[in-house]
Design a protein around this ligand. Structure first.
Ligand code: SAH
Length: 394
């Protein structure tokens, strides 16, 4: 039996408070707080209560998703923010055990977009009214790369006098590099911790100077210090991951007080070492459900952060992105990478939207979101409300 199902039984057996009781206590009082003070408040859920919520089924699960949605609507309304995703390069110096573009995967045809291609993508994002772009890449930290990103950020900032917000997702860098890119105009940075439990971290990464848990933590702290709206996150349904790990991941996000979180189901890639454990992880459906519960519980804990409905959700379930929005997510990252390169940025297999054209994504999104009572907030940066309020206070 998988570790986290064992956990389900244990927590069900020793629970002292029912899920409904927890939710009735947490959910409405969050709404009350929002109305009273307009602040995020100090919602605290203990490790044990989080575990119980992550194990919710049936009516309890429905109530969890409902409370999370109501909490989101009360704090952030029904707006969805877009980040046009530009997958800049699949050249990577690392060899994370889960990732399809790890440098040791020799089957991947490597590419880097030209400056013109990046600028064209950013202009398209602007024309489509996305308000923000996210530049993501395999990890490099050599001088040429750092200089190039600085230049690209400055060029993107020139489009319509700085009207596009810029998120970077370029892995671990020195604090100096983070500062340079921040000063060039980037203001949000995504660096998932991947697993906040150090033991688990080393089960999904090699343990060497290039893959160091303490270093990753230091990078997240560096990003916060430089002043980025900092995002982190984890994959859900990893081999060896338990419900205790996932509960601790949520507490880690809260403790770091991050502005943004991205979580998606782990998807085994055949050309990676973790593929060998594909039969020892929960089914795709279970990984999806657990991801939705993680999103919902975190929305109760951190009502005003930005949370992305990751593409991995849609890969596992065609309705995955909508389900994530209904569970409490409020950001979507439509892919703007030129189609000819997309199939080489396969961090996991069968990635959703690889064949879609950017403008098709666009109209498809409006319709899909309207169907679930949400709407895109066009031409806005869509900053994290949690971050903006914190900045105003300090
Ligand atoms: N090099 C950048 C971007 C990595 S790709 C960085 O290190 O931050 C973005 C995210 O995709 C990763 O952080 C990881 O959480 C996720 N990812 C990678 N491989 C995956 C897989 N096989 N299944 C699901 N998500 C995966």
């Amino acid at each position: 039996m998988y570790a986290f199902f064992r956990n389900f039984y244990l927590c069900a057996k020793f629970q002292t408070m029912t899920i409904t009781e927890i939710l009735n206590k947490v959910g409405p009082s969050i709404l009350q707080q929002a109305q009273d003070s307009g602040t995020e408040g100090s919602r605290t859920l203990t490790h044990e209560k989080i575990k119980l919520l992550l194990a919710a089924e049936g009516d309890d699960k429905k109530l969890l998703f409902d409370q999370a949605l109501q909490t989101k609507l009360a704090h952030l309304d029904n707006y969805v923010h877009l980040r046009g995703l530009i997958e800049y390069s699949n050249i990577c110096t690392k060899y994370c055990l889960y990732c399809g573009v790890r440098c040791k995967n020799l089957k991947v045809e490597r590419y880097t977009l030209s400056d013109e291609e990046v600028i064209e993508c950013a202009k398209l994002a602007h024309e489509l009214g996305y308000g923000s772009v996210a530049l993501q890449s395999g990890e490099r930290s050599d001088k040429a790369f750092v200089d190039k990103i600085t230049y690209l950020v400055q060029e993107i900032k020139k489009i319509d006098n700085g009207s596009l917000g810029i998120t970077l997702s370029l892995g671990e860098q020195t604090e100096e590099t983070y500062r340079r890119w921040f000063e060039a105009g980037a203001h949000r940075y995504l660096l998932r911790i991947e697993a906040s439990n150090e033991d688990l971290y080393y089960k999904i990464h090699p343990h060497d100077e290039k893959h160091d848990f303490q270093q990753r933590l230091a990078c997240i702290d560096g990003l916060l210090k430089v002043g980025y709206q900092t995002g982190t996150g984890v994959m859900v349904g990893l081999p060896f991951q338990t419900l205790d790990d996932l509960a601790d991941d949520l507490l880690f996000f809260k403790q770091k007080d991050v502005a943004m979180v991205g979580m998606g189901p782990f998807i085994p890639h055949p050309d990676t070492p973790l593929w060998q454990y594909r039969d020892q992880i929960p089914s795709a459906e279970e990984r999806m459900e657990l991801t939705l519960k993680m999103i919902a519980v975190l929305r109760l804990m951190m009502p005003e952060i930005n949370m992305v409905a990751a593409t991995a959700n849609q890969t596992v379930d065609p309705q995955g992105r909508e389900k994530a929005i209904l569970a409490g997510a409020n950001v979507i990252m439509p892919n703007l990478t030129p189609n000819e390169f997309r199939e080489n940025y396969l961090i996991y297999p069968d990635k959703a939207c690889v064949k879609d054209k950017p403008d098709e994504c666009h109209s498809c999104l409006d319709v899909r979101l309207a169907a679930i009572g949400h709407k895109v907030l066009y031409n806005a940066w869509g900053d994290s409300v949690a971050f903006t309020k914190r900045q105003k206070k300090s």
